[in-house]
Design a protein around this ligand. Structure first.
Ligand code: URA
Length: 227
């Protein structure tokens, strides 16, 4: 199976580290003037699942790590609830720098930052991307219905599965939304289980070679002892 678009995992890992350094030094938009740290994202280059949020908040800006505040704790719990360890997932954001007072990303900021997320997706080549909130949906599945109508759905583009989900930060303050997000995570589990079963069914089966056939085969390539 190819990993990271036919790039060897070690090479892809080095490129991801380089990309992180470029993101940390990026000055492409005004947010670089107010940030403490850029937040490139976290996780292994071999991750089969990515989660993409909106933008770093205060804790993320201070630490340089994604989803480390209250919303991050909820995300960790939701992932654990379906048997996933957040350290196996690549967690990133549409914007890599915190907008002042956590305001919404502006269109020119999203445009200036877009190539960073695109490069992460191209290196990691995830099988599934969880889109946390409307900004992630708008960025990676432009033209989608509002998140209130597409959350929990599975959208397949080429071989990749996208699942729009309510943002954990929004669910923190809305019990109904939290219940919906928990139910949607169970749907995510179903999608992942189905994908794993499809991959198992498609995997080549090792067929034991009978001894007679094996020896006849040898004969074809150089006169091994006749049976
Ligand atoms: N909210 C986000 O969208 N991203 C983070 O990294 C933290 C909170």
């Amino acid at each position: 199976m190819s990993l990271a678009g036919h790039v060897l995992p070690g090479v892809a890992a080095a490129r991801l580290v380089d990309l992180g350094a470029r993101i940390s030094g990026c000055t492409a938009c005004r947010l670089s003037e107010t940030r403490t740290h850029a937040v490139p994202g976290d996780g292994p280059v071999t991750a089969r699942i990515m989660a993409v949020g909106e933008a770093p908040g205060e804790k993320e800006d201070l630490t340089g790590r994604p989803f480390v505040g209250a919303a991050g704790r909820l995300l960790t719990r939701l992932l654990q609830g379906i048997g996933l360890d957040r350290h196996d997932i690549f967690i990133s954001n549409v914007l890599k720098c915190r907008p002042p007072q956590n305001r919404d990303p502006l269109p020119d900021e999203v445009a200036a930052c877009a190539h960073h997320l695109d490069a992460q997706v191209a290196l990691i080549q995830p099988d599934a991307i969880l889109l946390l909130g409307r900004h992630a949906v708008a960025r990676l599945l432009p033209g989608s219905p509002p998140i209130s109508r597409c959350h929990g759905e599975r959208i397949i583009e080429r071989t990749r599965v996208y699942v729009p989900l309510y943002h954990p930060a929004a669910a923190l303050y809305n019990g109904g939304m939290l219940a919906t997000l928990e139910a949607d995570m169970q749907r995510v589990k179903g999608y992942l289980d189905e994908a794993a079963a499809r991959a198992r069914a498609a995997a080549p089966v090792a067929v034991p070679v009978p001894e007679v056939a094996a020896r006849t085969q040898l004969d074809l390539f150089g006169g091994a002892t006749p049976l």
